[in-house]
Every structure is written in C-alpha cells, then in structure tokens.
Design a protein around this ligand. Sequence first.
Ligand code: G6P
Ligand code: MG
Length: 214
Amino acid sequence: QIKACLFDLDGVVVDTAKYHFIAWRELAQELGFDFTEADNERLKGVSRVRSLEILLEIGGIELDDKRKEQLAAQKNENYVGYIQRMNPDEILPGVEDFLKKLKENGIRIALGSASKNAPLILKQIGLTHMFDAIIDGNSVSKAKPDPEVFLKGAEALSVESGDCVVFEDAQAGIEAARNAGMHVIGIGHPDNLKNADFVIPGFEEMTIEKLKFD
Ligand code: G6P
Ligand code: MG
C-alpha cells in the first residue's frame, strides 16, 4: 500500500534542463569551447559542482577549487535569472492533476531534489503548498545515487521506505530510490531509465490505480 509519493523536480515537475543548458553553454562559450545539448544530457540529476567538473572535462580545462567555486556561482546567478521568470504555465502536463488526486486519496507528497533552487522554482510555478515536505540541495550532503534525499523525505513524512514511490527522470535518481528501498517510476523513455518498476512518458499517463506494487 503506497502512502507517499516523492517527486524529483527538474525533468519531472518542470523542464528546467533547458535553462541549465543555456546557462552552462554561456559559461562554456566564455571559457572558449562549445557545449551541446547532447553534453547537457550528462548533467541531468547531477549536482552543481559535479556538473561544472563534467563541463570542464568536456572543454579539457583544469582549474583550482577556488576558481571552480566562482564559476559555479556565476552559472547559478545566470540560471536564477531564467528561473525567476518561470510561471505556472511551465508545470509539465498532468502533474498538477495527479498531485490533486494524491491529496484526495490521502497520499502524502514530498519533493526530493538535488537543486538548491528548488524552493524558488516551486514558488514561481505556484506549487509549494502541494508538498508536505521539501527536501532539496540545501538539506542533503550526499548526491544521488546516494539515497539520502529520499530517506529524508520518507522520514519527514513518517512513512516507511517500502510504502514510498519515487518519480525520477534521471538514472542516478532511479538508483537513489532503489538504494532507499523504494518503488520507482521513471519519467521519460525506457531505453534511458533502467531498473525502474515501469517508465511513463509523462503524468498524463499516470493514475492512482497504477500505484499498486507486489
Ligand atoms: C537537479 C538537476 C541538475 C542540477 C542539480 C543542482 O538534479 O537535474 O541538472 O545540476 O539539480 O541544481 P542547482 O539548481 O542547485 O544548481
Ligand atoms: Mg531530474
């Protein structure tokens, strides 16, 4: 019996990957190399610092920690400029209806995101009030696939791991959910998401009835 649903944010509730992409590409160009949309795929679900390291690897650039910190801050400032302009129209199709259905059925809702910008994004899209608990990049120290973010979510809701289901669009997030001992539904294409209970293209395909696992 599922008692709680835990949602990743980026790529599940909203498509922020496009803003991350623009901000990272601007940084790459400033550093003198190109950064493609295919490169951007590698950053999904990955922490800010680790994303920068992957970007620098692609550009073949080595920098000290202090400079890396500056560049990560610069990218974030740029990124925040974009998400400050987000609005409720950017909630992905079917998400809001599904959240309402969960509430009607007494199923608890938590956010489990690596992003330190999660509170701002939820505010901009007007969904903060739908979440009974918000665990984000400000409250965790270990990145997915470590289960910390989801375990903290379950704890905040006082629900056992086995009674939770996670919604994730990134492989590292699916592994994190598994490492937490939770059910997991992939959002996207099955080819890119291994080890989920099942994968759906988006929430228009999702119903309460599908929250049944053996
Ligand atoms: C999510 C996104 C990643 C992003 C990370 C940190 O996991 O999928 O692309 O790097 O959050 O986000 P932040 O907003 O803190 O830089
Ligand atoms: Mg994601």
